[in-house]
Ligand binder design. Structure first.
Ligand code: ZN
Length: 431
């Protein structure tokens, strides 16, 4: 059994990352501690051989890269891609409503969330606010209520006898969480709560007014190891903070001079088409600045490989028919190579061959997934990045249960397996 202590670090990372903004900040903090220097897209870059750099866009997507001493167009990059966002409930711009003396928040569903598990949870709120100070300067800060401040109570079964057989959820009607009780004549302004919290969390900033916000609800229950032998990990946002964290750690720990790159994009769960998403120009723009002439850029990309790491569906013992009989990945049996003939995954035989080779060299078991031929296949950042950049790409991920639930579940050993495989990838060079 491999060492599973990496999970404690993963748990700490997820706890500190309730939103893509916080995840990006956490990734940047680890990278800075590892000697990476932050570059700003608006400034002129002076890249040095052997340098380690990070770039952030929209506070929610991040690219980190290391330059070796050799010519980058001769080596290419070993790239790992993942995404910082997860399905959740987003607070609407004018959220507060008062019904029966309860202050509630209007919410929008972000991404393909499984909605049932959001009921009866101790929810908190976090995200980014944009503010004005007393000198009319504008700024952004991340906030987090940290404590449970909201809940979406279920309707009692006595009032819905069909709840276990035919329950359906109307997102507009049934999801607004309860925040507090108030008298009818109380006019509550949600922005005032945000202002108070922001001032409390940033006492040194002169925050005069909250202008706008992007806030999500999240479950306060911390991630944990679970099972009689603690062989599983249960947490929110395993999809895809697990891959972000493991990619980060593998890059930091890889003992290599081979140029490496980690890209963690926002907006995967809603299609990736945004300035900071994988279907946008962020990675391309960074690569063009590393290789300013088109000849060296094309050569660099042709010598590069991208592993797109995003979780896979483990075969569920209560629903075994939902998998192809020969392609039912098991928890704790290693990362899964995801393949789709219709290019919903970017894996091809060459990239899968490299991954199998790396796993073999690192004693990491590897599994395969292809969706049942009569079901639609999901997708991820792999095919989008491959088609935007033109890099040879592989889609993999650890097997999990309950993908897109507020509480997902993976195998504790798979975190370490993925780490070993990605570390070997970052060190891979063609001799
Ligand atoms: Zn995902």
């Amino acid at each position: 059994m491999p060492d599973t202590s990496i999970n404690q670090q993963l748990i700490n990372f997820i706890r500190r990352s309730p939103t893509p903004f916080h995840a990006t900040r956490e990734l940047a903090r680890h990278l800075s501690d590892g000697g990476f220097i932050q570059l700003h897209e608006s400034e002129r870059w002076q890249l040095e051989a052997g340098g380690r750099y990070l770039v952030i866009r929209n506070d929610s997507s991040i690219i980190a890269f290391t330059l070796g001493n050799a010519d980058i167009s001769e080596t290419g990059f070993r790239m790992v891609g993942a995404h910082t966002d997860s399905p959740c409930l987003r607070v609407k711009p004018e959220p507060q409503t008062l019904k029966q003396g309860y202050i509630q928040l209007g919410v929008e569903v972000y991404g393909g969330a499984l909605l049932n598990p959001w009921f009866d949870r101790d929810l908190s709120i976090a995200g980014r606010i944009s503010y004005r100070d007393s000198k009319r300067n504008l700024g952004n800060v991340l906030i987090d209520f940290e404590e449970p401040v909201a809940v979406i109570p279920s309707l009692a079964i006595h009032l819905d006898r069909e709840a276990n057989t035919a329950r359906s959820i109307n997102a507009q009607q049934h999801l607004p969480p309860v925040l507090m009780q108030a008298d009818d004549d109380n006019s509550i302004d949600f922005r005032t709560f945000l202002l108070e919290l922001a001032r409390q969390q940033y006492p040194d900033l002169d925050i005069e007014a909250v202008l706008d916000f992007e806030l999500s609800l999240y479950d306060c229950q911390p991630p944990t190891l679970i099972g009689l032998n603690q062989e599983f990990i249960a947490s929110a946002r395993l999809d895809n903070l697990l891959s972000c964290f493991v990619g980060l750690k593998a890059m930091l720990d890889a003992d290599t001079h081979q140029p490496g790159l980690l890209v963690c994009n926002d907006h995967e769960e809603v299609g990736s088409a945004s300035a900071s998403g994988a279907d946008g120009p962020f990675l391309k723009s960074v690569l063009e600045r590393i290789c300013p002439d088109s000849e060296s850029l094309a050569r660099c990309i042709d010598r590069s490989w991208l592993i797109s790491a995003d979780n896979a569906h483990g075969i569920h013992p209560n629903y075994i028919d939902m998998h192809d009989a020969n392609h039912g990945p098991l928890l704790n049996k290693g990362p899964v190579i995801k393949t789709n003939a219709n290019q919903r995954y970017a894996t091809n035989s060459e990239t899968a061959g490299l991954f199998r080779f790396l796993c073999e060299q690192s004693s990491v078991p590897v599994q395969s997934f292809v969706v049942r031929s009569d079901l639609a296949c999901g997708s991820t950042i792999g095919p989008l990045t491959a088609s935007t950049i033109g890099v040879r790409t592989l889609d993999i991920g650890v097997p999990t249960f309950a993908m897109h639930s507020i509480r997902e579940m993976g195998g504790a050993e798979d975190t370490q397996y993925l780490y070993e495989a990605l570390k070997a990838f970052f060190a891979y060079s063609v001799t």
